[in-house]
Write a protein that binds this ligand. Structure first.
Ligand SMILES: [Mn+2]
Length: 273
């Protein structure tokens, strides 16, 4: 039996999660562990110094689920640490209400849940629908079908270490196919409002996909052109192409230590975490 863990960042009662959980039942046994409330744009947050409440809930079609008072990454960590009965063979995160492309993926709880899964040694796919106002389960059905094709292949092939797949599906109803893409560049313009001491940062409200640099071969380009976009993402965030330039800066330091006669450099090194 293939155990599939489904999570999201929009919260356990989001329509995209229900559509995804229903579709994944074609591929194995589905367990749902998801945030109790919307955690969108929460990034790769983990709860480590506070208690985490986990409650049994029932989704609209009767699927049992665990609602976690925490982040998407908390959900994955809890599952990997034994909160679910069986170790998940794969994690599928989504279907997010709205795309997760370009550098927005570092904000995305949908994507960071997948990143947490690969840290825990579980292959993972993040799934997003490029439609910020999709409220009905049916709105997510096409994206769920695309996800089934991708997830079935990942179950067969697995994924390299620290590597996840980021799937974005255009708002439909037709999807022209799937394109392997690289991460593009998003170019949002946040705005701020002030009311006395209260500041309100307004996220851009996208109509379509504005404000992006729409270069061929990117995730944005594919979705703009009616294709599902599949981007492999790796957790090695080193800017490899910049390393040689940085070396040419020739940053050096002389030995650094406190001006304390009793300072024991060897002892200090031992205590360095
Ligand atoms: Mn979200």
């Amino acid at each position: 039996m293939t155990y599939i863990l489904v999570t999201n960042d929009d919260g356990v009662h989001a329509p995209g999660l229900l559509a995804l959980a229903q579709a994944m039942r074609q591929l194995g046994r589905v367990e749902v562990v998801a945030p109790a409330v919307n955690q969108s744009a929460g990034g790769h947050k983990r709860t480590v110094f506070q208690d985490i409440l986990v409650e049994q809930v029932t989704l609209r079609d009767g699927i049992p689920a665990l609602a976690v008072a925490g982040s998407p990454a908390d959900c994955i960590a809890l599952a990997a640490l034994g909160v679910v009965e069986w170790p998940p063979r794969i994690v599928v995160s989504g279907i997010n209400r709205g795309q997760n492309m370009g550098q927005d993926i570092t904000y995305s709880g949908t994507v960071t849940a997948a990143l947490e899964a690969t840290l825990q040694g579980i292959p993972a796919v993040a799934v997003s629908l490029a439609h910020f106002t999709a409220e009905r389960v049916e709105d997510y059905e096409v994206a769920a079908k695309v996800a089934v094709s991708v997830v079935a292949k990942v179950i067969e092939k697995s994924l390299p270490q620290f590597t996840v797949l980021n799937l974005n599906v255009p708002p439909g109803p037709y999807v022209r196919g799937i394109r392997l893409t690289r991460q593009g560049v998003s170019d949002w313009h946040d705005e701020i409002e002030r009311d006395g001491d209260i500041y309100r940062v307004l996220w851009p409200t996208p109509v379509g996909i504005p404000g992006v640099i729409d270069e061929e071969g990117t995730d944005f380009w594919a979705v703009h052109n009616g294709y599902a976009s599949l981007t492999p993402i790796h957790l090695d965030m080193t800017a490899h192409r910049f390393l040689a330039d940085l070396a040419a800066w020739d940053i050096t330091i002389s030995e650094v230590h406190p001006q304390d006669q009793n300072f024991d450099a060897e002892d200090a090194n031992l205590k360095t975490p």
